[in-house]
Design a protein around this ligand. Structure first.
Ligand SMILES: C[S@@+](CC[C@H](N)C(=O)[O-])C[C@H]1O[C@@H](n2cnc3c(N)ncnc32)[C@H](O)[C@@H]1O
Length: 231
């Protein structure tokens, strides 16, 4: 079983997700206590996909995160570098154009998508800034990005309880429900090491994105960041 370390070697990360692919969505629902569904609804609202728009769902995994855009009538491309996750997704949604690709070198032309989005994926990419620049490159002028990622609870007392929950509860619960509990030790560690809301907004701006803003969900356990490419 593979567990990535915090230097996020691409092969380790991809093979860790290959290992959890079969039970990924169920484990997500259990460990997030059902919140994952609510977060996905908010992502869909923020992306606001319209019929015939081209949407890139980067780090799409099994493409659960891609479904709301497809339901809105958009043309969604789920892209990921874990072939295990892509295979599980393809078996469930055979009509979708699953694409193997690395966030740091996207296999798409410049100015292709009306909107690009990444849910719970950016934290796992080795070079965050390279991924944000690649997302910018493949977005049409005037297009938008929405990033959904674990973040920092804003209320200090809750933040300490949450850190305790992550540190202590996640690995034992994961042992009971996951095929690769070590992957959830990595999850806890990588969330703790991830930039907070203003720091991630700064990285977006550095990559060229304009009108950057964010919104906290579930008290800041998750944050949605958005930005626009100049028209
Ligand atoms: C936690 S899953 C999220 C899947 C999906 N977006 C969702 O919300 O359920 C993270 C995904 O990011 C993918 N990933 C991590 N680093 C990547 C990279 N550099 N390029 C492409 N995909 C990557 C993993 O393979 C994995 O499928």
């Amino acid at each position: 079983m593979t567990r990535a370390s915090l230097d996020k070697q691409p092969q380790e990360v991809a093979s860790m997700f290959d290992d959890v692919a079969a039970h990924y969505d169920l484990t997500n629902d259990v460990l997030s206590l059902g919140q994952a569904r609510l977060w996905r609804k908010e992502v869909a609202r923020a992306v606001d996909a319209r019929p015939a728009q081209k949407i890139l769902d980067l780090a799409a995994g099994t493409a659960t995160s891609s479904q709301p855009f497809a339901r809105a009538g958009a043309y969604v491309v789920p892209c990921d570098f874990s072939l295990g996750m892509l295979q599980v997704g393809k078996a469930r949604h055979p009509w979708m154009p699953f694409t193997a690709g690395d966030a740091m070198r996207l296999p798409f032309r410049d100015d292709t998508f009306d909107a690009v989005t990444i849910s719970f994926g950016l934290r796992n990419v080795q070079d965050t800034s390279a991924a944000l620049a690649e997302l910018y490159r493949v977005t049409k002028p005037g297009g938008r990005v929405v990033i959904c990622e674990f973040s920092q609870p804003t209320w200090a007392p809750f933040r300490s309880v949450y850190t305790e929950y992550l540190m202590r509860a996640l690995p034992p619960v994961a042992r009971a429900v996951s095929s690769n509990p070590d992957a959830y030790v990595y999850l806890a560690e990588s969330i703790r090491a991830w930039p907070d809301q203003p720091a991630l907004a700064g990285l977006l701006q550095k990559a060229g994105w304009g009108r950057v803003a964010w919104r906290d969900l579930t008290g800041g356990i998750v944050a949605l960041h958005r930005g626009f490419k100049a028209a």
